[in-house]
Design a binder for this molecule. Structure first.
Ligand code: CP
Ligand code: NVA
Length: 310
C-alpha cells in the first residue's frame, strides 16, 4: 500500500532513519516522559482489539495518557468489524472522530483496508503476520542493554531468533534489517518467516540468515529471542507444534552458546517449560520485563511523532 499518511502496518513502513530516530526518541522519553508535553491534548485515538492483549493495549493507553490524548477502545466483537460493519465503513467513520486508529486483528489485509479508508494514520497492534510495535520495543531493549543506549551501535550486532517464524519474527527481521543488526533465525522446517523477507533485507545491505539449527543461530549472539510455539488463533495446533518445536526450546545450555553478556528476550505472554526454560526467562540474562516496559516508551515516541507531525 502506498500512501503519504504515516501508517505503521509493518516496520518496513519506516526507513532506517525514521526507525532509529523513533528509538532515540523513546530512550529520551523514558528518561523524561514530561517531554511529551501535552502534544495529544484534545485528540482521541481509537483502539480496536479483536484478540486478547495485556502489554499492547495498556502500553498504548498509558502512552496516550502521557500525551494528554484520549483513547477510545472497543474489544472483541463490540464493533462487529466484517460482520456488523464493513471494515472500510469503520475506517471512514472513525476517521471523522479520531486522530489515529490502532487495531489488533487476525488478517493483515483487514488493516490495509482500514488504512486505505480511514484518512488518519493506522497502527498495527498485531496481525497474524506483523507486530511492528513489538519490534520497536525489542530494538530499544537491545540498544539499552548491549549498546549503552546508542542506537547506531545496533549495526553489526548479532541477534538470534529461535522458534516460530511468526508475526513477531517477521517484524524483528524488518527492524533488524533497517537497524543493521546481524539477525540469525532458526525455526523448524515449514515454520519459516514470511517468504521474501531475507531477500528484502539483503537488498538493503542487511544480513539476515534463515536456518534450522538453534545452536548455530545463537552462537556468540548478543540477544536471544523466542516467542510462543502456537500464536493466538493457532491454539488448536499446539499439540502438534510442541512435538516439532521441542529442539527449539531456549534452555540454559542453548543460552550458554551466546555471548557471555547476552540477554534473553520474549515478547510475552510466555509458556515456561515450552519455548523457554523457567531458569532462563526468570534468570539473570532475562530482560523480558524491561522489554515489556519499553512497549510504553516506544508507543509514546510514536504518538509524539504522530501528533507533532500532523
Ligand atoms: N507482547 C504483546 O504484544 O503482548 P500482548 O499480547 O499482551 O499485547
Ligand atoms: N506470536 C504471538 C505474539 C503475542 C504477543 C501471537 O500472535 O499470539
Amino acid at each position: 500500500m502506498t500512501t503519504s499518511l504515516p501508517h505503521l502496518l509493518k516496520v518496513s513502513d519506516l526507513d532506517s532513519e525514521r526507525l532509529l530516530s523513533l528509538l532515540e526518541s523513546a530512550i529520551a522519553l523514558k528518561a523524561d516522559p514530561a517531554a511529551a508535553d501535552g502534544c495529544g491534548r484534545g485528540r482521541s485515538v481509537a483502539i480496536l482489539f479483536e484478540k486478547p492483549s495485556l502489554r499492547t493495549r495498556f502500553s498504548l493507553e498509558a502512552a496516550l495518557a502521557a500525551t494528554g490524548a484520549h483513547p477510545v477502545g472497543a474489544y472483541d466483537q463490540e464493533v462487529g468489524i466484517g460482520t456488523r460493519e464493513d471494515v472500510t465503513d469503520v475506517g471512514r467513520v472513525l476517521g471523522r472522530y479520531v486522530a489515529a486508529i490502532a487495531m489488533r486483528t487476525f488478517d493483515h489485509a483487514r488493516l490495509e483496508q482500514l488504512a486505505g479508508a480511514a484518512g488518519v494514520p493506522v497502527i498495527n497492534a498485531l496481525s497474524d503476520t506483523h507486530h511492528p510495535l513489538q519490534a520497536l520495543a525489542d530494538l530499544m531493549t537491545i540498544a539499552e542493554h548491549s549498546c549503552g543506549g546508542d542506537v547506531a551501535s545496533l549495526r553489526g550486532l548479532p541477534v538470534a531468533w529461535v522458534g516460530d517464524g511468526n508475526n513477531v519474527a517477521n517484524s524483528l527481521i524488518e527492524a533488524c534489517a533497517l537497524a543493521g543488526c546481524l539477525l540469525r533465525v532458526a525455526c523448524p522446517a515449514g515454520f519459516e518467516p514470511e517468504p521474501g523477507l531475507e531477500q528484502w533485507a539483503s537488498e538493503r545491505g542487511a544480513v539476515v540468515t534463515l536456518g534450522h539449527d538453534p545452536a548455530a543461530a545463537v552462537e556468540g549472539a548478543a540477544a536471544v529471542y523466542t516467542d510462543v510455539w502456537a500464536s493466538m488463533g493457532r491454539e488448536h495446533e499446539a499439540g502438534a507444534r510442541a512435538r516439532v518445536f521441542e529442539p527449539y526450546r531456549v534452555t540454559p545450555e542453548l543460552m550458554g552458546r551466546a555471548d557471555p553478556d547476552a540477554i534473553f528476550l520474549h515478547c510475552l505472554p510466555a509458556h515456561r517449560g515450552q519455548e523457554v526454560s523457567a531458569s532462563v526467562i526468570d534468570g539473570p540474562a532475562s530482560r523480558v520485563i524491561d522489554q515489556a516496559e519499553n512497549r510504553m516508551h516506544t508507543a509514546l515516541a510514536l504518538f509524539v511523532r504522530l501528533f507533532r507531525e500532523e
